[in-house]
Design a protein around this ligand. Structure first.
Ligand code: NAD
Ligand code: LMR
Length: 340
């Protein structure tokens, strides 16, 4: 049977499939929404990740082509494609990590919240599948509005009795990548040398870069702080407008998702000191979910870090972020609780 089989999915290798060199079992990863703008380059990046032994590509369209294409890459991971709701369970069975970039993207003039109507239902269905087929998997949720979809996922898992707060992670890595890039431009350094914590959520004012905590320690003028905060908060809109109706960030997002997924896998493997920002179940503020730095381990987000010292500008930003976040989170919770 060819390795781009459209069936199977129990995570067990089939005839014609072989494990990564060295016999290391690696991890089983599924991408839901794998034929999309993010999904395709993300599939490519996960196929070259040496920690991945099995890669399942699921979408409601076009997975046979994407799977055939990616499966010809001579890297270790075995690739299998799954098409349509009837194959969701097979796609998910046995998975260690599920990455979800399924759903519609913004067009110019739209907010991320405008996507709620369509994406809420998509995330609900996919999470019901996860609760049934791989309740112990780590979930990386990319679909917007992340500030609401993470709450939707949590409610679905609670309803199914499978909720593990450590294993549900909203992906905010692109905010950090943008912050590192824009700050590096202002400082005139290599972005790889910069680390900007970005906390709060993933939309407009809820995206709160903590420029007072930038590494290496740096100071910014009031103008630089205002410029950088605004550009980081509106990085997504910058791309949406530049793409002029053809979608939102896909390539930088696939890069960010692959980076975050790799950190989750390194944590699963037992590596120490793996830290990323993520929108998670949190007690850092009065809100049920909040993005801060988290330490990733075998159990998922094993430690959620506090905010650290904020300056006055950041304290004001935090209040604005929390106000908007509260409504977005509640909207996600209500979406599930108000259904029969
Ligand atoms: P896209 O339209 O190019 O791709 C989405 C894919 O999802 C399509 O292939 C579509 O067929 C698939 N899909 C739709 N319904 C599905 C279902 N029920 N099950 C499985 N797959 C389904 O969009 P994109 O540019 O890849 O963006 C996807 C999502 O990611 C959007 O909601 C976007 O706003 C979000 N996004 C989030 C971030 C972030 O930082 N978290 C960054 C960029 C984009
Ligand atoms: C982003 O930040 O690029 C994504 O959330 C997509 C968007 O709609 O801006």
């Amino acid at each position: 049977r060819p390795s781009n089989s459209q069936e199977g999915g129990d995570g067990v290798l089939e005839r014609g499939e072989c494990r990564a060199k060295g016999g290391a079992p690696g991890f089983k990863v599924a991408i839901l929404g794998a034929a999309g703008g993010i999904g395709q380059p993300l599939a490519l990046l996960m196929k070259i990740n040496p920690l991945v032994s099995v890669l399942h590509l699921y979408d409601v369209v076009n997975t046979p082509g994407v799977t055939a294409d990616v499966s010809h890459m001579d890297t270790g991971a075995v690739v299998r494609g799954f098409l349509g709701q009837a194959q969701l369970e097979s796609a998910l069975t046995g998975m260690d990590l599920v990455i979800i970039p399924a759903g519609v993207p913004r067009k110019p003039g739209m907010t991320r919240d405008d996507l709620f109507k369509i994406n809420a239902g998509i995330v609900k269905t996919l999470c019901e599948g996860i609760a049934k087929a791989c309740p112990n998997a780590i979930v990386n949720l990319i679909s917007n509005p992340v500030n609401s979809t993470v709450a939707i996922a949590a409610e679905v898992f609670k309803k199914a009795g499978t909720y593990d707060p450590k294993k549900l992670l909203g992906v905010t890595t692109l905010d950090v990548a943008r912050a590192n890039t824009f700050v590096a431009e202002v400082l005139g350094v290599d972005p790889r040398e910069v680390d900007v914590p970005v906390v709060g959520g993933h939309a407009g004012v809820t995206i709160l870069p903590l420029l007072s905590q930038v590494k290496p320690p740096s100071s910014f003028t009031a103008e630089e702080t205002a410029y950088l905060t605004d550009r980081i908060q509106n990085g997504g809109t910058e791309v949406v407008e530049a793409k002029a109706g053809t979608g939102s960030a896909t390539l930088s997002m696939a890069y960010a998702a692959a980076k975050f997924a790799n950190s989750c896998l390194r944590g699963l493997k037992g590596e120490a000191g793996v830290v990323e920002c993520s929108f998670v179940d949190s007690q850092v503020t009065e809100l049920p979910f909040f993005a801060t730095k988290v330490r990733l381990g075998r159990a998922g987000a094993e430690e959620v870090y506090q905010l650290g010292p904020l300056n006055e500008y950041e304290r004001i930003g935090l209040e604005k972020a929390k106000k908007e976040l509260a409504g977005s989170i509640q909207k996600g919770i209500d979406f599930i609780r108000n259904q029969a």
